[in-house]
Design a protein around this ligand. Structure first.
Ligand code: MLT
Length: 274
């Protein structure tokens, strides 16, 4: 398999770093908060069958500012990126957590661009007032104390908490990768993204109207968007399948890449609605 190529692409009012590999049906992979394309490295084997398009969303990773303002804006960036890469037909749009919120907006705002939706460790609902208040508090603290504080606060909640999975081989590597990604995100991006996450709308009614087929994946030990969130989404999204992955937390594609990658391929083997 050839290594992914990195491009810098002018997209609307910004420049996005994007990693591409493979050919065939395009699969857009949208990262969670406060991460970047690096969370999808274990999905590279999918490039043997699919055209992987893995951006750093605006302000994150190798993408320059301006900082993110809303999930709608990030969704429009994603579609403009597909245009810039000459992806003419519909793509499979996959997002984890914040990336999942963005993916839902892509499907709602640009339904003709979505062949299928893959929502991973995410939810349809807006924040509760308590969660929103927690984001305001975290944004203030990161301004005073830096990104290390976000890594300390988030990493224990991103990964499966049970003793067996905590001591599993490779867990230390995953924690180190997550820390490296989190501390390298600009403070201004983290603060702006927290505000955008807190302001995002409830997508339940929009997802009730989804016409594309959807695969919903969640770690059985996800503490941030527990399986109940995706069970709820399955009740709402007309053509959806749910996979609950044992032993995974909020970062299922990193924690259980073989199960995740096989589930994506199996889902895409059935005809997808253009
Ligand atoms: C993420 O993983 O993207 C975040 O946990 C999303 C969120 O805080 O809602």
């Amino acid at each position: 398999m050839t290594a992914p190529a990195t491009h810098h692409v002018a997209v609307r009012d910004t420049r996005l770093a994007v990693h591409t590999a493979g050919s065939g049906l395009p699969l857009l992979l949208l990262h969670g908060f406060p991460l970047d394309h690096g969370m999808w490295t274990r999905q590279e084997p999918l490039a043997e069958q699919l055209r992987l398009i893995v951006p750093d969303q605006r302000g994150f990773g190798g993408s320059s500012g301006p900082v993110p303002e809303s999930m709608e804006q990030l969704a429009d960036d994603a579609v403009a990126l597909l245009d810039a890469l000459h992806v003419a037909g519909p793509a499979v749009v996959c997002g984890l957590s914040m990336g999942g919120y963005v993916a839902q907006h892509v499907a709602a705002r640009h339904p003709d661009r979505v062949a299928a939706l893959i929502l991973v460790d995410t939810r349809l609902e807006a924040d509760t007032p308590d969660v929103r208040a927690g984001r305001v508090d975290l944004a203030a603290k990161v301004g005073r104390l830096g990104q290390g504080l976000v890594a300390d606060a988030m990493i224990p909640r991103l990964l499966a908490p049970s003793p067996a999975t905590r001591s599993a081989t490779g867990r230390g590597d995953i924690e180190a990768e997550l820390r490296r990604m989190i501390v390298s995100q600009p403070v201004a991006t983290i603060q702006a993204a927290l505000a955008a996450l807190g302001a995002r709308p409830d997508m339940t009614e929009a997802m009730r109207k989804l016409r594309a087929p959807a695969l919903l994946v969640v770690g059985a030990e996800d503490l941030i968007t527990p399986p109940a969130c995706m069970e709820q989404a399955q009740q709402v999204i007309p053509e959806s399948r749910l996979l609950v992955v044992p032993g995974a937390g909020h970062m299922t594609p990193l924690e259980s890449p073989d199960v995740f990658n096989a589930a994506v391929l199996e889902f895409l083997r059935r005809p997808v609605t253009p």
